[in-house]
Design a protein around this ligand. Structure first.
Ligand SMILES: Nc1ncnc2c1ncn2[C@@H]1O[C@H](COP(=O)(O)OP(=O)(O)OP(=O)(O)O)[C@@H](O)[C@H]1O
Length: 454
């Protein structure tokens, strides 16, 4: 069976810790040992732990198991999804029952039987996975968010677990394809608003003329095409979460209208005079540097302060290389199911190739690469030859994906990207003018900017 998950063993007997580390490292990805439970809270702030094997008695002379029960409650309070297996030298059935009522997943008596201990811990790990899947039924078959275990992602995960249950406005930043949209959905799922709607608005896709009607709704007859009352996105999201994606694309003169609605927690429908209260949790996302935009006078500072009560930055895939292979394996399983394939894994050269690639298109690029490779593969292993990287994503997203002017233009994509960038530069960032100069609609320009990571 493949090694998986992070196990924490807490026991004040160093000999036990050493022998368990030796025994269990064959079955778990990572084993962390603690000689005392007092550092459990700080450890939980830094690490993502799936299963804890917890000794019940720590203070010498007091073998009532109460310390164990206390730490069991603490662990469940800190991270309810972590599974706790209680570990005691005293076969006390009452204590076991109390522990299980308090949320422990099982109980192992010392001296232990190796095979039984391993089985119990593996079953506990299985429950963690089961819980994660049950919590996101609509996102099964590989569609659910994978957090990973890299150093770069851990602080973000801790922060998300802390802030999801609050109503604080959240700004998510990160390069294209890092999973901003996915994180917004995850925060909604973890929040108390999860039974209410999550309404997503792509700010780059809303035309200026329809901005107010889209966001706040309109009443019948308020303009020529208003043949009936329309519910806006603020109203549709009432009680739930409003996710404004690509917030940097909102034109400057419309930013004040959004700010007013957020500040007053109410909006006025087009054609009405009556403010309507709204109860939304706001999440915004962008791949742009909003502070830089504020400095350049392209984004309102007061709006920035309103939307970024909590700022969550998703690291690029380049900064979390340990997560590449686990993510690739998930996508392999997902596309095996989708395309009826039975690829069992990656040949070693394919894994090397995945690790060597810079992934400027981040998780989206990895996902598309694996999808293509699954379709192309023959046999029961995914071959390195089938991993074809997309030309448009060979440049870092920060520099945009375009080649510089003095570089030879190689593909139509690169040429188009270069032209789009040039038009925006020449129009000093005025997207309406840039769209006009390129002979496309503003909407088409947004789509192209999104595609090339501009
Ligand atoms: N943590 C993750 N686990 C699994 N899949 C992920 C994860 N993050 C992103 N993906 C997948 O990668 C793709 C891109 O994710 P998403 O659309 O959330 O990125 P984004 O940062 O919002 O991109 P953009 O800035 O281009 O809008 C999606 O298909 C999503 O399912």
């Amino acid at each position: 069976m493949a090694k998986q998950g992070t196990l924490l063993v807490v026991d004040d007997n160093q000999n036990i810790l050493t022998s368990l580390q030796y025994l269990l490292s064959e079955y778990f990805d990572r084993i962390i040992t603690l000689g005392s439970p007092v550092t459990i809270p700080s450890l939980f702030r830094q690490e993502s732990i799936d299963v804890v094997l917890l000794d019940m008695n720590f203070s010498s002379g007091i073998n009532s198991g109460n310390e164990g029960l206390y730490w069991l409650r603490e662990i469940k309070r800190l991270r309810p999804q972590t599974q706790v297996v209680l570990f005691t030298a005293y076969a006390d059935i009452d204590l076991a029952v109390t522990g299980i009522k308090e949320g422990a997943s099982d109980f192992v008596v010392k001296p232990w039987d190796n095979a039984k201990l391993v089985r119990t811990l593996q079953e506990a790990y299985g429950k963690t996975k089961g819980k994660r899947q049950a919590a996101a039924p609509s996102e099964q078959a590989g569609g659910s968010m994978y957090w990973g275990n890299s150093q770069a992602i851990r602080p973000l995960r801790m922060l998300v677990e802390k802030v999801s249950s609050t109503d604080a406005n959240i700004l998510i930043t990160g390069e294209n394809g890092t999973g901003k949209d996915m994180l917004a959905r995850e925060i909604h799922r973890l929040s108390s608003r999860h039974t209410k709607p999550l309404v997503t608005v792509d700010m780059g896709a809303i035309t200026e003329s329809l901005f107010e009607s889209e966001l706040f709704g309109h009443v019948k007859g308020s303009f020529t095409d208003a043949h009936a009352d329309r519910v806006g996105r603020f109203e549709a999201a009432d009680g739930g979460t409003l996710f404004l994606d690509e917030i940097a694309n909102l034109p400057y003169h419309l930013q004040a209208k959004l700010l007013t609605a957020i500040q007053k927690r109410s909006f006025i429908k087009v054609g009405s005079n009556t403010p309507q209260p709204t109860d939304i949790r706001l999440i915004c996302a962008t791949n742009r540097d909003l502070e830089e935009m504020v400095r350049k006078g392209e984004f309102r500072e007061d709006l920035l302060y309103r939307i970024n009560t909590i700022h969550l930055h998703i690291p690029s895939l380049r900064e979390r290389r340990e997560d590449i292979v686990p993510l690739a394996k998930r996508f392999l399983a997902q596309y095996n199911t989708q395309y009826g394939r039975a690829l069992e894994g990656f040949e070693p050269e394919a894994l090397r190739k995945l690790l060597d690639h810079p992934w400027y298109g981040n998780i989206r690029e990895l996902q598309h690469t694996i999808e293509k490779a699954v379709i192309l593969s023959e046999g029961n292993e995914l071959k390195a030859d089938c991993l074809q990287f997309s030309a448009a994503q060979h440049q870092p997203a920060d520099d945009t994906h375009c080649p510089s002017d003095d570089m030879p233009i190689q593909t139509l994509d690169e040429m188009e990207c270069s032209l789009v960038k040039k038009a925006i530069d020449q129009c000093n960032g005025n997207l309406s003018q840039a769209a006009a100069q390129l002979g496309v609609t503003r909407q088409t320009l947004y789509n192209k900017m999104k595609r090339y990571g501009i």
